[in-house]
Design a protein around this ligand. Structure first.
Ligand code: AMP
Length: 239
């Protein structure tokens, strides 16, 4: 049982032929990844994380993986043309036909504009951009303790705030947990300094198109999820 009948069908608003895209916006460590997984389950929509797609490609040793390796290792953004191509192929997959939740894309104004074009071309529409807002100091604290599952399911832990039951092992699928290459302390601040200005451009973009919703992310995970679901429903009924 999901919340999809209300949240998703209503998200189509007056344009029944357009498939909804929900965009998650937030700094690294804001909890976007965690919330995306929860929303995907509640709404019955696939979540698409560009970071996860890149990390999977890297683990699988594909050509894409080798191409993006230097960017992931240093926390730099992968070039827009590569990233947009990855999203375009993902949106063309059958499970995206009822809508998707995007996590980590778009991250620049150019990507946001490219997504609008791509969406129009493929019969989608960005119906809500959900900005999960967290202060800088809290972001640094969260990022330095983050551990991610190597099993490919985007299961995320924190050494203090959300530890796994057995140290270093994922509760959900038993895979090993690891510190992401770009969560090493020396790259965290660099990563934030690089990624925040373009994120603010993305926020401006969606403020301009009228779909931005801001949600305070410095609260318990469940509260943030409920607030996001309310926001999606409100956005949908206003569409
Ligand atoms: P994330 O898991 O979203 O933090 O992404 C991890 C890494 O993947 C980032 O540090 C970038 O190197 C790359 N990446 C993910 N999404 C994008 C994007 N939209 N544009 C460019 N690079 C991205």
């Amino acid at each position: 049982m999901t919340d999809a009948p209300r949240g998703v069908s209503a998200a189509r608003g007056g344009a029944a032929t357009e498939t909804p895209i929900l965009v998650m916006v937030g700094a690294p460590g804001a909890g976007k990844g965690t919330q995306t997984v929860r929303l995907a389950e509640r709404l019955g929509l696939p979540s698409v994380s560009t970071g996860e797609l890149f990390r999977t490609a890297l683990r699988d040793g594909t050509a894409l993986g080798e191409h993006v390796r230097p960017y992931l290792e240093t926390g730099r953004l992968v070039p827009d043309d590569v990233t947009i191509e990855v999203i375009a192929s993902r949106l063309a997959e059958p499970d995206a036909a009822r809508g998707v939740i995007l996590d980590g894309f778009p991250r620049t104004r150019a990507q946001a504009e490219a997504l609008d074009h791509l969406a129009r071309r493929l019969g989608f529409r960005v119906t809500a951009a959900l900005y999960v807002q967290v202060e800088l100091d809290e972001l640094v604290r969260r990022l330095s303790g983050r551990r991610v599952c190597t099993g490919g399911g985007n299961h995320i832990y924190h050494v203090d705030q959300r530890p796994s039951r057995a140290e270093g092992i994922c509760d959900i699928d038993g895979s090993a947990l690891e510190v992401r290459l770009d969560d090493r302390p020396d790259t965290i601040r660099q990563r934030l300094e690089r990624q925040l200005p373009p994120m603010y451009d993305v926020i401006d973009h969606y403020t301009g198109t009228g779909v931005l919703r801001s949600i305070r992310g410095d609260r318990p995970v469940d509260e943030v999820t409920e607030e996001l679901l309310r926001s999606i429903a409100a956005r949908a009924s206003a569409a």
